[in-house]
Design a protein around this ligand. Structure first.
Ligand SMILES: [Zn+2]
Length: 309
């Protein structure tokens, strides 16, 4: 990426970039929904990028109703932060964003969380389908370093994440306090088409819900005495979902170090977003950043819970 590009350097260039992405058919009035019927306000006293809607006479700009609204941070820094966070495979810490953008650490932290909101996938269509397989698995996260404050032995004090992956396609991941069969069932049946084949390991979480799908095949991960199995006799595997967790864990350890449970879902969403828009699926860094920028719309209510940036 070229850090000298105008959209990263100049707030007005960044605004035009956003307008092009969010308003392909012309300005959209957030008050009445009319498209392409607004005129740009000019004049020294007007803030830049303000339009006035002809039908309803109300003013608006491209950031109204988005996660960038009401921010004092110039739009070029928002666009740059989005690019950095979407392009870095293991994520980027708020410390690094703070240094690169010249904003305070606290502002950088809030910016990153708002950008994670923009990464939420609005698509809730069921995964899989007839003749397709979906892999499900769960993992522990938290206090993995013995040096970390509050470290306790064993898994009991850790948070859990359940992930579903369609091999060669997309993933969905969910932070849960503790994975229990009924909760895991709820996640599976609301996200996976029941005509799919379910692939899991031999965890006790899956046999009952497995009967609700076209088929349920397991991989026995075994132990040192029985030998490890990565692919079952019918070709079933959980390798894809394990790779997803691998990238997530390396990023959480290498980049973010620690994360409070109340924020964990947002980090999970960030890794899910990059996985679902990865280079292997033909998505370039530029395309990935643009997908996140298009996602800033309609998420104002959620980010309000995060705070000011
Ligand atoms: Zn209007």
């Amino acid at each position: 990426m070229n850090l000298n590009a105008r959209i990263y350097q100049d707030a007005e260039a960044a605004r035009k970039h956003l307008e092009k992405l969010l308003w392909p058919e012309g300005p959209v009035c957030p008050h009445c929904g009319v498209v392409g019927e607004a005129t740009k306000l000019k004049g020294k006293s007007t803030r830049p990028g303000v339009y006035k809607c002809k039908p309803c006479q109300k003013p608006f700009s491209v950031t109204v109703g988005t996660v960038f609204e009401d921010s004092k941070v110039p739009l070029n820094k928002w666009v740059l932060a989005t690019e950095l966070l979407t392009a870095s495979k293991k994520g980027m810490s708020a410390h690094q964003i703070h240094r690169m953008l010249g904003v305070t650490y606290k502002t950088a932290w809030f910016m990153c969380h708002r950008i994670r909101e923009a990464m939420i996938d609005p698509n809730h269509a069921p995964m899989g389908g007839e003749g397709q397989s979906v892999q499900a698995d769960e993992t522990y996260y938290g206090n993995t370093s013995k040096r970390a404050k509050g470290w306790k032995k064993g898994h009991r004090h850790k948070e859990q994440i359940v992930a579903l992956v369609e091999p060669g396609k997309k993933a969905r991941a969910f932070h849960v306090k503790k994975a229990k069969a009924d909760m895991v069932r709820e996640i599976l049946v609301t996200n996976i088409d029941r005509k799919s084949e379910l692939h899991t390991d031999e965890s006790r979480l899956y046999p009952v819900v497995g009967r609700e799908f076209a088929d349920h095949k397991t991989v026995n991960h075994g132990n040192h005495s029985t030998g490890f199995q990565y692919v079952g006799k019918d070709g079933q595997t959980t390798n894809h979902v394990e790779n997803f967790f691998g990238t997530f864990k390396r990023g959480m350890v290498g980049t973010y170090h620690k994360c409070e449970p109340q924020h964990l879902q947002r980090y999970v969403t960030e890794f899910e977003f990059r996985y679902n828009n990865r280079a292997k699926l033909g998505i370039t860094d530029t395309m990935r950043a643009e997908i996140a920028l298009k996602g800033i719309e309609g998420k104002r209510l959620t980010y309000r819970r995060i705070g000011e940036a």
